[in-house]
Each structure stands twice: as C-alpha cells, then as structure tokens.
Design a protein. Structure first.
Length: 564
C-alpha cells in the first residue's frame, strides 16, 4: 500500500493524474464497450511497427501487456509475446522496439477503467470488428485493464490446448471403434502421424487409441493392400496411381507398430512397401517412380524417394532385416546425386530421365518443406544405422537451408500458408523430422526453433483453441481464410501441422545444458565403481545416476544424461 501511495503522489507531483496500476503486472487491455475484445498484435507479428488491433479475446500472450514504470508518472506497455511496446506516435496503434510512454488517466479505479493518453491525444477505436486498428485523437475512450498471469513460454498446457482444440474440431465418429479425420487421402495418413506425434510427446493413451480407431476405419475401406482405386466405399484413396500416397500410409503403419507392438501394423507396412517398391523401382537409375498414371513414368520425385527411405529404415529397425536399410541407402544415394545440392542443402523436387541412356531430360528445382523434411529424416535414420558422417553433414545442411530459406527473419516457417489442398500440410513434415534431428543430436537450437514455431501458431489460435495451417495469420472466429472454410474436414491435415511442431521435441528441458557433465570412475568405500553402475560429476559433485538416459535434476538444475 505504501508503494502504491508513493507512486500516486509522484505522479501527481509530475502534473499527471495517474492510475494506480502496479508496474510489473500483466493485463489484457479491453475496450470498456466490449469485454470480449482486447488489444492484439496483428497476426502475432514480431515485426517492428506491426499493427496492434482489436480482436476477440483468445487468451494468448500476443494479447497480454506488461505494465512497466516509465518514470514521471508514465507507463510502458510491453507485449508479452513480442517483447515490443505499444505505440501510437503516428496516430495508428502499433508496436515498436523502442519504449513509448503512456499516461493512464483513472476513470473508475475500482473497476480498473482508464483512459490511455499519448502526449495530448487519447486512444480510441471506432469499430469493434476484429482487425480494427485503434487511433489517437482528441476524443477519449475508456479501457479496462484485466489482470492476467503472463504466459511467457510455450508449455505443456499450451500444447494440450492445441491438441484438444484440434480434436474437438476434426475427429469424426463412424461407429464403435471407428474414427476418421478426412475420410481418406494421403492427408489422412499424415494426420494419423500427427496423432502419433502427440501420443509420443504426452503418452496419453487415448491418443494412441484414436490412432488405432482411425487406422481401423482406413483398413475397413482400403483393405490390406493399398494399391487400390480412387474412392473405396466413400473413403478417398489413390493408391492405384500415386506411390507417395501409399508410402505415407506405410510410415503411419510402421510407426503404429513401433508404438504398440501390434504385428498387423508391421505386416501391413512391409507388405505394401514391397508392393510399391516393386512396381515403382526404376532399375536403370536406382530411384522410385512418383506415379503410375500421372506425370512421366520415367520421372522420379523427392516426394516418393524421401518417404520410402524413411519407411525402409523404420521397417528395418522393426524386423532386423538389413536389406531394407540397403534399399534405403541406395535410394538415398541416387536422390543425393540427382536431387540434392550437397553444398547448400537444397533438395530439388523432381527429375525426368531418358531410360535409354539414364541422362536427365528435365528437372524441377523447387524446394519445399515437404522434401527438405523427408530427406532430413532419411539422413538422420541412415546416420543412426551406418554412422557415416556424410549423412550427418547432409542433415545439418538440409535443416540449415530450411531455416534460412523457408522461414521469415524470426525463424517462423512462412511458406505453404494454405488452409486446404496438398500444400497445407507440407510444413508439418518438416517439423516432424526436424524434431527427430533435435532429439537424435540433442540440438538446442533446433529445439528452440521448433518450439518457436509452435508458440507462433499457438498465438494465432481463435477463441475455440483452434487454428489453421497458415500460422502467419490469426485464425478467424468464423473459420474463414482466403475463401476457405478451414473448419471443414478437408482442412484437418493442415491444422495438424502445428500439433507436430508442438510435439516434436520435449518442452521441459533444454538440450545442451551449459552445466558440465562428464562420466568418471568414482571410488566409493575404497572400491572403484564398475561400468554397470554409472557415475557422473555434476557441478563437481559425484551423483549416482540411474541406468537409462534422460533428464535428471541436481541442485535444482536440469541436466541431460545420454548413455553411449
């Protein structure tokens, strides 16, 4: 109370009538005429001078403002998500990196209602429509400060909110033990993978059950062999043509096996891999054909070779059959020769060959999150098995290219800003395999990058905790985006991409902790501890560590132990 009184008296002595807002606390800033709206950094943009607008309150950090004492009875209003300050020096409301001092004129302190004044002008908004940008002028308007707990990082609760909002919107019930998201297509397979991503991150058994129900529904329609026709009993499937479509379902199946141990998943994955490999293999070049009826039959794409390499590695790991690793390695080597820039990390899209002399007829050099992602995953898995440093070097460069060329200056993926169609789900594939890279190599920078993308998508949820694939844009309350109704089942694949970003890496510790960790021999009671009882030195203290790798807490600090 004394501190508030002193602050108020200081403000009065400076010639201002100043509200008793407590510096250091965080608030939603709400127009008093509409309690459901609040000030929001448009599209959660991190850019300097980005617009600040009125938007339906969605309970995200981009709508939270921390009050700081600017001196002379004035206040700074700093956005929790962007770290930039509320500013209206050019009349329109924006954020900027330089502090901007506001005077808070109390109207009803009991209700936390104030007028916001910048120099001699007041902040006001003419319309309450989402996206309306407040202005400054001579007409004053009342604003309510609603105290909130600042959300300064992406955590498990935020991740769970995203998962629940997605499931509420998209899970379709098709009878007992049958579920679906999109009623088929390769996006269905990828959405099942996203559910597995969520399960692996949370260990929520209901998510694994959901995956199995979706798989069961798919198998009811498509059967055990997936090279069938376009629409099977109302369930879209294009295995008769597109080899990559089948390969995505194979990956979803083999990952199901690795998570459940159910033999059916392994049998399905192996059977269909063998089928597609046999029909698509271009023996004269050692790569796979993209499609049986579409495109050039002598054409090979990264979008079939990369997924096939990943699938083969997963099948090999499950069966112990080295021949699948050899298939993966051959496909990778030829993709690397014809569709990869070993210097820049750029993965080309496709190439067409002359079968008579194996020479390249044409190529498409377009780079996508989809292709960068799958070749990245293949490189990581092949390095895991063969320990060839060239695979690790390729993985480093593939990921570096994606971060450098396919993201904005803040590291957020900016390509594939679609709410529907094939492109909607591409970046989720990159997120998945970047997560594999981060976990495999304990890479803190990539962990941070992935969580940053998830946090940006989180800030652009709507009030129903739901978002589309266009992470750069705030999800509208009416579920419309560029003429697309992204609440429809056709958009489930795109909306799942943010879940993969959110679940790709652990959230509760950071790889590459600065604390020195080294394995050592320790003498205990005069006897040297053997290799069966690992000891480590943490901060100079010998600590007995359990046998498995993992996260351990010592002296209140988090440490990563990775056993060789």
């Amino acid at each position: 109370m004394k501190r508030f009184l002193f602050f108020f008296m200081a403000a009065m002595s400076a010639g201002n009538i100043q509200a008793a807002i407590e510096p250091g606390k965080t608030y939603r800033i709400v127009p008093d005429a509409n309690a459901n709206k609040s000030l929001f950094v448009q599209n959660s943009s991190q850019a300097d001078k980005a617009a600040v607008v009125i938007w339906t309150d969605t309970d995200v950090p981009a709508q939270q403002w921390t009050v700081l004492d600017a001196g002379n009875g004035n206040m700074l209003l700093r956005n929790v998500y962007t770290g930039k300050y509320l500013d209206a020096s050019s009349m329109s409301l924006t954020q900027r990196k330089e502090p901007c001092s506001w005077t808070l004129v109390p109207i009803d302190e009991a209700q936390n209602i104030y007028q916001l004044k910048l120099q001699k002008k007041y902040l006001r908004v003419v319309t309450m429509t989402d996206g309306a940008q407040p202005l400054t002028g001579i007409t004053a308007q009342n604003w309510r400060f609603v105290e909130v707990e600042p959300q300064e990082m992406f955590d498990a609760a935020a991740r769970r909110r995203m998962i629940d909002g997605f499931l509420e919107q998209y899970v379709q019930f098709k009878g007992q033990n049958y579920r679906t998201f999109m009623n088929g297509g390769w996006g269905e397979a990828e959405t099942m993978e996203a559910v597995l991503d969520c399960y692996e991150a949370t260990k929520d058994a209901e998510l694994l059950t959901l995956y199995e129900q979706c798989y069961r529904y798919m198998r009811y329609h498509v059967g055990a062999s997936w090279n069938g026709g376009t629409v099977v009993s109302g369930y879209d499937w294009f295995g008769y043509d597109f080899n990559d479509d089948v390969m995505w379902l194979i990956i979803a199946a083999i990952r199901g096996y690795h998570n459940t141990g159910r033999q059916m998943y392994l049998d399905d994955a192996k059977r269909n891999f063998d089928l597609i490999y046999s029909r698509a293999y271009l023996g004269y070049i050692g790569m796979l054909r993209w499609a049986e009826k579409s495109g050039d039959r002598n054409g090979s794409n990264s979008c079939i070779n990369g997924p096939a390499e990943v699938a083969a590695c997963y099948i090999a790991a499950a069966t112990g059959d080295e021949s699948y690793y050899e298939k993966a390695r051959e496909l990778y080597e030829n993709q690397r020769q014809y569709l990869f820039n070993t210097v820049t990390g750029h993965v080309d899209d496709s190439v067409v060959f002359n079968p008579d002399n194996s020479k390249v007829v044409s190529r498409n050099t377009w780079a996508s999150t989809y292709n960068q992602g799958t070749m990245l995953g293949a490189a990581v898995l092949l390095y895991r098995h063969y320990k060839d440093n060239r695979y690790k070097q390729d993985a480093d460069r593939i990921l570096a290219f994606a971060k450098r060329e396919l993201c904005n200056e803040y590291g957020v993926v900016h390509v594939c800003q679609n709410a529907d169609g094939d492109f909607q789900g591409f970046k989720g594939i990159l997120m998945r395999y970047a997560g594999l890279y981060a976990r495999e190599y304990q890479d803190a920078d990539t962990q941070k990058w992935l969580i940053g993308n998830a946090f940006h998508a989180y800030n652009n949820l709507n009030s129903q905790s739901f978002g589309h694939s266009a992470w750069q844009t705030k999800s509208a309350e009416d579920y419309q985006y560029n003429g697309v109704d992204y609440s429809s089942s056709a958009c489930a694949f795109g909306a799942s991409t943010a879940l993969t970003a959110a679940c790709a890496v652990p959230l509760d510790y950071t790889y590459g902790d600065d604390t020195a960790i080294r394995e050592c021999a320790v003498v205990a009671d005069g006897n040297q501890v053997g290799s069966d009882a690992r000891w480590y030195t943490l901060l100079g203290t010998s600590v007995d560590i359990p046998q498995q790798s993992g996260l351990y807490i010592h002296d209140g600090k988090k440490h990563i132990i990775r056993k060789n």
